[in-house]
Design a protein around this ligand. Sequence first.
Ligand code: ATP
Length: 254
Amino acid sequence: MIRVRGLRVELGGSVIVDGVDLDVAEGEWVTIIGPNGAGKSTALRAIGGLLRFSGEISLGGTTINQLSRRERARTVATVAQTPVVPVGMLVLDYVLLGRTPYIPALGRESASDLAAVDEVLAALDLTGMQSRRLDTLSGGERQRVFLARALAQGARTLLLDEPTSALDIGHQQEVLELVDRLRGERGLTVLATMHDLSIAGEYADRMVLLAGGRVVAAGTAREVLTEELLAKHYRVRVKVIDGEQGPLVVPVRR
Ligand SMILES: Nc1ncnc2c1ncn2[C@@H]1O[C@H](COP(=O)(O)OP(=O)(O)OP(=O)(O)O)[C@@H](O)[C@H]1O
């Protein structure tokens, strides 16, 4: 579903992503990990068509440069790390923004757009909140609304940039379980970035470790979350414990 070859992104005169290859199969969940500044968000933004790049990115077999902005938005939906939310915007109006690729220029949303939004609000248990202002919601509720906008877009591929970074452990689990459930129900493909390594390993089918803009390891959680690789690339001593659902990464005091 996602095929990336030799991805290179330059920002402010520096090479931030440097020759990344990446494949995500249909229905698969791949999580990119790596230290701060490794280039995770930049790679994700390029794959979502939000940045200029060199190399090849194709989505569902089509090179993204051949997709119009609308076609791209119907194919891939990105949830940014900190989405910009217009002050005072209501939940319903925000989720409706996801239907923009289906609404003709100068046109209004159709009954089918409203039905798609209703369905997503119900699936994410947000129907009762649709008239609330987004800025009055809790972090977990707001994260569900960001996901709702992305799902309303009708794209089969979701790019999630640290979807749980602002959430407590309960809401982290809630949001990730929700994405996993929707992945099963709707056949979504998921490419995410995450900092919590144990949780990342629990949900991802495969992981990619990025450091200095390059892929330095890729494979299952057990292959990537090793004490050696994490010590080398995060410059931290960790203990990796074999947990029931995958490796548990615990930092060790110096
Ligand atoms: N517009 C820009 N101009 C110059 N440098 C940039 C620009 N945007 C990002 N960078 C730099 O690119 C590097 C990678 O940033 P990116 O946000 O992709 O990293 P990341 O792996 O997602 O980090 P984090 O875990 O901290 O979110 C950082 O050093 C950042 O300062």
